[in-house]
Design a protein around this ligand. Structure first.
Ligand code: PMP
Length: 292
């Protein structure tokens, strides 16, 4: 049986949930999206995700047809309609149907839809052993061209990097900026632990303002770490005690090797483990209930 999809104000069977071939989300990647997770009946950081969606839309001058409060309610409704308690939720807003030109003014109304489905978990060995990543030649989009803080439907930059990683036999790839500073992975933020410092690149350099990233920065204190948002190069990563990635799907995953250099002990480090334990504790008890 297919899923029920919330599309432009209606709950529709998957087979009927269709968007136009003239939709500018499809023709040009003109739109924004979110990936959200629900854990045993609680949607984790729902308001934060909804707010980021509306910030992304504001920057690209895209008017979402419903207010944020209603979007949050529709997300919960879609989860209930599909009888899901543990889920991955994709919210997409496109510029809508237009003509073959770029002009967004030709699109009368944004298209929006919500997909709630079962979550594809990473294999347990990623968490037990950590994963190997490489730096790829494709640089992250420049802030002054297409700011990575906008979670836009135009993910070709990340997809090219992902392909380069996959071709080299790794599951995630590290992206740098034009100056060679570390930014983020194709679908995850990156952190290093050095002594008592917990370091991640600042948003202004051109990374997504990850929700998991924010939660982890907030957990630093309780883990006895000092959170810092400062630029760094691969050299700092290679010589860190621990490196890990964060994201809604991945949660917190240790990085065991980067470009052939073993990181720390080559196994998930104690701080990474502590942060993951605390993160999972939060996902167990915090969140917006799907059922009142
Ligand atoms: N960076 C990029 C490029 C991403 O696509 C994502 C998540 N999809 C992240 C970082 C992690 O963000 P979050 O913790 O909000 O999932």
């Amino acid at each position: 049986m297919g899923l029920l999809i919330y599309l432009d104000g209606k709950m529709l069977p998957e087979s009927e949930a269709k968007v136009s071939v003239f939709d500018h989300g499809l023709l040009y990647g003109d739109g924004v999206f979110e990936g959200i997770r629900a854990y045993h009946g609680l949607v984790f950081k729902l308001d934060e995700h909804v707010r980021r969606l509306y910030r992304s839309a504001a920057t690209i001058l895209l008017k979402i047809p419903i207010p944020p409060e209603e979007m949050a309610l529709r997300i919960l409704e879609t989860l209930r309609a599909n009888n899901l308690r543990d889920a991955y939720i994709r919210v997409v807003v496109t510029r809508g149907k237009g003509d073959l030109g770029l002009d967004p003014n030709k699109c009368a109304r944004a298209t929006y839809f919500i997909i709630a489905s079962r979550i594809q978990l990473y294999p347990p060995e990623f968490y037990e052993k950590g994963i190997e990543i490489i730096t790829v030649p494709t640089r992250r989009n420049g802030v002054e061209a297409l700011n990575p803080a906008i979670k836009s439907l135009n993910y070709l930059n990340n997809i090219l990097a992902k392909i380069e990683g996959l071709n080299a036999g790794v599951h995630e790839a590290l992206m740098l900026n034009q100056e060679g500073l570390v930014l983020e992975c194709t679908g995850d933020n990156i952190f290093l632990v050095r002594g008592r410092d917990l370091v991640t690149p600042p948003i202004y350099l051109g990374v997504l303002d990850g929700i998991t990233r924010q939660v982890v920065l907030g957990l630093a204190d309780a883990a006895g770490l000092q959170p810092r948002e400062t630029p760094f190069t691969r050299h700092e990563l290679f010589n860190a005690d621990e490196v890990f990635m964060t994201g809604t799907a991945a949660e917190i995953v240790a990085v065991s090797k980067i470009d052939g250099r073993v990181i720390g002990s080559g196994r998930p480090g104690p701080m990474t483990q502590k942060l993951l334990d605390r993160f999972r504790e939060l996902t167990r008890k915090e969140g917006t209930p799907i059922h009142e």
